[in-house]
Every structure is written in structure tokens, then in C-alpha cells.
Design a binder for this molecule. Structure first.
Ligand code: ASP
Length: 325
């Protein structure tokens, strides 16, 4: 081999080694995980627990960035246009699917702007009120809101948020439109509920459990098909007199379109480990939050879930005929 050829061969080998090493080392620096709601709320709680466990596994920090607004679509838009290098992620919930129909214009094309890491949790919701709200039970609440529809205020985290969806389901179940008060997340909405500035809210157990157990807010029902072990005395909405009122909130982790599969696969494997971390398992159990199985914490399962949930909610939203710009 000529000197020139062997130099070329050596350079090629070095390049292969460097590429191989770089790939093997992902992640080489901190990762940003965008939470599209305010800090201190339910999505933020899920993200911080999972990110902490994944950081330990990956050997790099996953830092949370809260980008609240427009029911989660501002944060999703920020990630859709971020660099597709594995260092920017999005942890979003069911709003990723409902916003695809709810918003006439989104800054991203929901099904074509992201790569998938995996499903994270399934979370039930609770119908709650400020502590001193008059009605004693769900039946009483229904009668009360019907009689006081111009007075009762419902907090939510903006159009596309889980609390918005659940609040809409409640208003349609009781056939009574109510005054809604949007926040950048149900973290700040909870502060106002505790302070008595708003009356009712439908929010994830991840955010309401502590307050319900501490008696600082009033709880009327859970939206799961069966009662929850953490609230054995709290009826389901169906038991309480609202037929068909069932909704569960799922979370998933996404990356910008074009993120290398080697990165999303590594993140998915790490997510699966994080969801079995004893601290995560214990905290989720306390908060009525169910970690996704290994089979669900995969790119394929999240993609399938997003597609089926867009199809599921599209006709419901179209029938309601309420859109956001
Ligand atoms: N997940 C939102 C939050 O974290 C609340 C919602 O969607 O209702 O604030």
C-alpha cells in the first residue's frame, strides 16, 4: 500500500472510531425537557420525577424548561422547531392530540413534526372545588351549577389542556355553560383555588391528591372507571350521576422530527428504567398516577397512541364546534 493510501485508510479508520465513539456517548451534555405548562403543576411533577431518574441512568442532567401557554401548544411549538440533535425533548399529554383539532392554526404539524420516545403515565382526574364551596356531593354540585351558571367559575390551563377538556365534558354533561378562567397551568390555578379566587376545577390527581388528603380543597369525584385506592370514599363521576363521564390523561415524550433513532431509542430504554425506579414508583402510587409498561414506553406505542387519540377526539371536538385560533 502506498503511503498516501495507508494515510487515507488511517484517516477513514479514525473517522469511524470518532463517529462510533460520539454515538456511543450520547448524551454528551445536558438535555432540555420542555414542559408546556407552568412549574408546580401535574405535568411538571411527572416530568421532574421521570427526568431525575433518567438523568441518573443517562449520566447527564435532563433540565426542565417550563414553556406554558395556549394549553401546551406554545411549548410543543418551541420543541418542533428546535434542533433535532437529541438535546431538546417535550413531555406533553393528551393535549397534543386534542390541540390538533381544537386549534385552527398551530405552529407545527402534529403528526409530522416529532419523533417519539414513549408513553410515560396514565393519570385520572378529579372534580374539585374550593374548600368552602357549598355543594356537598356531585349531585349537589350539578344542581348548584345549573342554578348559578353566571356565578360559578371553572379554572383550566387553557384550551387544549386536560383541565379544559374535562371542564368541557362537565359542562356538556350538566348541559350548562360556565365561566372559565384560563391559567398557564393548573399549578397556578390550584393556588387560586386554595385562595378561593375560583370555584371549581377538574384536574389530574398528580396535582390534587395532597390537597384533597389535607382537606384544603373539596373533592366530588374521580374520572376513572373505578374508584382509586388513594381515595376509597370518593365516587367515580359515573357513580355520582354523570353517565359516561370517564377520562384519563396520558403523557408522552417527544423529540423534534429528524432526531436520530439512536437517541430516541436510548431515551426510550432509559424511560423504561426510570418508570421502575423505586422513588418514581412510590411517588406515582401516592399520586394515583400509573407508570406506563415497557411495551408502552416505546416510540411505536406513543406514535400509535397519538394517532388513535387524534382520531378519537376529532369528532367530539367537531361536534362541540368550539375552536381556538
Ligand atoms: N397538565 C397541565 C399542567 O401541568 C394542566 C392541564 O392540562 O390541565 O398544568
Amino acid at each position: 500500500m502506498s503511503l498516501f493510501k495507508s494515510m487515507l485508510a488511517a484517516t477513514a479508520m479514525a473517522a469511524t472510531l470518532i463517529t462510533g465513539a460520539a454515538r456511543a456517548e450520547y448524551p454528551e451534555r445536558n438535555i432540555t425537557m420542555v414542559v408546556p405548562f407552568a412549574a408546580g403543576g401535574p405535568t411538571d411533577t411527572v416530568a421532574r420525577l421521570v427526568a431525575e431518574a433518567m438523568s441518573k441512568d443517562l449520566g447527564q442532567q435532563i433540565l426542565i424548561e417550563n414553556v406554558g401557554g395556549a394549553g401546551g401548544s406554545l411549548g410543543a411549538g418551541r420543541v418542533a422547531s428546535a434542533e433535532a440533535d437529541g438535546y431538546t425533548l417535550l413531555l406533553h399529554h393528551i393535549g397534543m392530540a386534542t390541540s390538533a383539532t381544537l386549534y385552527r392554526k398551530l405552529a407545527y404539524d402534529t403528526l409530522n413534526a416529532f419523533e417519539y420516545v414513549g408513553l410515560v403515565t396514565e393519570v385520572p382526574m378529579t372534580i374539585v372545588a374550593r374548600k368552602d364551596f357549598e355543594p356537598a356531593d356531585l349531585k349537589g354540585l350539578v344542581d348548584y351549577v345549573k342554578a348559578n351558571k353566571d356565578k360559578v367559575t371553572v379554572a383550566n390551563a387553557g384550551i387544549g389542556a386536560a383541565s379544559h377538556l374535562c371542564g368541557m365534558m362537565f359542562m356538556s354533561a350538566v348541559e350548562t355553560p360556565l365561566v372559565t378562567v384560563p391559567y398557564k397551568g393548573t399549578g397556578p390555578a390550584m393556588t387560586d383555588l386554595l385562595g378561593g379566587q375560583v370555584d371549581i376545577m377538574c384536574d389530574q390527581t398528580t396535582n390534587t391528591t395532597k390537597q384533597i388528603q389535607g382537606g384544603t380543597i373539596k373533592a366530588y369525584a374521580v374520572t376513572s372507571p373505578a374508584r382509586l385506592a388513594i381515595f376509597p370514599d370518593l365516587p367515580t363521576a359515573v357513580e355520582g350521576g354523570l353517565p359516561g363521564f370517564e377520562v384519563g390523561i396520558w403523557h408522552g415524550i417527544y423529540a423534534p422530527k429528524g432526531t436520530p433513532a439512536a437517541a430516541t431509542e436510548k431515551l426510550s430504554a432509559s424511560l423504561q428504567k426510570a418508570l421502575k425506579d423505586p422513588n418514581v414508583v412510590a411517588r406515582f402510587a401516592e399520586l394515583g398516577t400509573i407508570p406506563s409498561s415497557d411495551a408502552d414506553a416505546t416510540p411505536a406505542a406513543l406514535k400509535a397512541k397519538l394517532e388513535s387519540e387524534i382520531a378519537r377526539w376529532k369528532p367530539v371536538i367537531e361536534a362541540a364546534g368550539q375552536y381556538a385560533d
